[in-house]
Design a protein around this ligand. Sequence first.
Ligand code: PEP
Length: 250
Amino acid sequence: MARRKLIAGNWKMHKTVAESVGLAGQVATELKNRQVDVLVAPTALALAAVASRLAGTPVMVAAQNLFWEDHGAYTGEVGGPLIRAAGASHVIIGHSERRQFFGESEKTAGLRVAAALAAGLVPILCVGEALAEREKDQTEGVLESQLAGALAGMGAAGLGGLIVAYEPVWAIGTGLNASPEQANQAHAFIRSWLAYRFDKKVAKATRILYGGSVKPANAAGLLTQSEVDGALVGGASLNVHDFLGIIEAI
Ligand code: PEP
């Protein structure tokens, strides 16, 4: 069965609760393409309100991160069961901004993936190389160590619909996107690694999204690649017309 495409919007640290609810409502109301899954990731603060606005619509909700403990004295953190109870179905894990600004590692990404699965959330695991790594031809090694670290100890049966997002760090928020061929090549590598580490069935079923300066103008080229199952969109997801433009490009 063909993998259904997914377009996910990562709103990062943007928009008040009211603005988030407004944008979510616009996305749901103006969405025409029902052949594709759509998901938005507001701030943790807006999660419950956005989920409530989107209830009964096809648009799903993701958290941008989660802590690996369920409850407890962890000031400032939010765990999987709280995220699930707020109405989210997915959670972004290991985004390069988390790795860059908050010291996250393969190990903490792995703890978060396990916590997400235990809470019934679908993890969207972000991996990707920095520019210097690409220039030194280290892309595949970086992807392999990020995947292996975050998925250590996992079995094929327990992956819960895991989604991988290939996000070359040099393309995030920079206006530079990977070419469709570069994206497809990295996705093919990730898929072959999944087959080697788990099995062919997992490799075939796992959706691999591309992220990094996806815009309406470059979306079709990227999204028509055989190994690209959708997009994780940052900046362009904050504008309803750009976000829907990407969705309609499929
Ligand atoms: C992202 O934050 O995951 C992202 C891909 O951002 P942008 O689309 O702005 O490059």
